[in-house]
Design a binder for this molecule. Structure first.
Ligand code: ATP
Length: 318
């Protein structure tokens, strides 16, 4: 089915006969595959008698040669047409002994995930689904604040691509205004005090225009800029930002990044609720500390919060 898609991706008309010949199948088998494409991948195909089939809009698929042509990337890239989740595949690859660093990309995820088992909506060829795997052998310091570092790298890649309004929400969301444009999920295997692998999962909404599946306010690069973007260029920009910020973090620790991160924190000074399971603490955001933990003023007293399971929500009086 995906071979058929690759023949159609130029957005031109192709006759059923020509497609059948290229694939070594009958015209009616081409027709069946096209129906599958539409149903399974949500793509729309124009069918015109006498001319053949045409994708409603041309597709720019992920391509490692294109990515490397745009930016020198320090790690190998593995691209999947369809996968359950790029983080899940990255964890399997670590298990198989694949040497880090490496990057997994996919055109779509059938079980994309957010924190605490929540779903990450991942339609075909619209967005970026990306996992970068690093081997960490410098102990806890190399992990401290890492998800905030990833957020900063993603935000700068978006700025470079012209999405000037992108900012950060503690601990690891990238928003434009109140709308989510990217999500980050870090997963760790091994002993963080000794040698471990960390998977830096990033989903960025690139050319997604509509979906009924996201149950909070969201946006995409194309909705913000009014045009489509080349995802290969975005991967290149992101790799360049990762290379810069991960090196800074590795050499100087999170404290070298703290001030810059705070500058881009959209919720500085806002009234928020911090939620951990069924517990909730209300306060005012003061910033973050040298390890990336949240500083919150609660009843006039500064308190520090950290941990993977915390979520911030704006309060009505914010
Ligand atoms: P938190 O503040 O705890 O990070 P969150 O709801 O943003 O809260 P995440 O785990 O970061 O949680 O992301 C998962 C959530 O993101 C989903 O529950 C859904 O509301 C939203 N979501 C899912 N897919 C997308 C998408 N493609 N774009 C934007 N938001 C999405």
């Amino acid at each position: 089915m995906l071979t058929l898609l690759k023949l159609l991706k130029d957005g031109r008309f192709h006759s059923g006969q020509a497609l059948g010949t290229a694939l070594g199948i009958s015209r009616s088998a081409v027709w069946k595959q096209l129906q599958h494409l539409e149903a399974e991948l949500g793509l729309s195909v124009h069918k015109v008698r006498g001319r053949g089939y045409q994708l409603a809009k041309p597709l720019l698929l992920l391509d490692s040669a294109e990515i490397s042509a745009k930016e020198s990337c320090e790690w190998p890239i593995h691209i999947f047409d369809s996968i359950d989740s790029t983080n899940a595949e990255a964890l399997r690859a670590i298990e198989r002994g694949m040497g880090a660093p490496f990057m997994i990309l996919a055109e779509r995820q059938t079980a994309g995930r957010g924190r605490r088992g929540r779903k990450w909506v991942s339609p075909f060829a619209d967005n970026l689904y990306h996992s970068l795997v690093l081997r960490i052998d410098g102990g806890m310091r190399q992990i401290e604040g890492l998800s905030l570092v990833v957020g900063l790298a993603v935000m700068h890649a978006l700025h470079d691509m012209g999405i000037a309004g992108a900012g950060l929400k503690w601990p690891n969301d990238v928003l434009v205004g109140d709308k989510k444009i990217a999500g980050i999920l870090l997963e760790l295997v091994g002993d963080p005090a000794d040698v471990c692998h960390v998977v830096l999962g990033v989903g960025i909404n690139v050319n997604m225009r509509s979906t009924d599946e996201v149950d909070q306010q969201w946006t995409s690069m194309c909705l913000e800029a009014g045009r489509d973007f080349d995802r290969n260029e975005l991967v290149g920009r992101l790799a360049a930002k990762f290379q810069h910020y991960l090196r800074l973090h590795q050499v100087s620790g999170f404290s070298a990044i703290q001030e810059e991160w705070e500058r881009y924190h959209l919720w500085q000074g806002r009234n928020v609720s911090l939620i951990a399971g069924i517990n909730q603490v209300d306060g005012v955001v003061m910033g973050i500390d040298r390890q990336g933990a949240l500083r919150l003023k609660v009843d006039g007293v500064e308190k520090i919060f950290s941990g993977g399971e915390l979520s911030l929500r704006l309060r009505d009086d914010s």
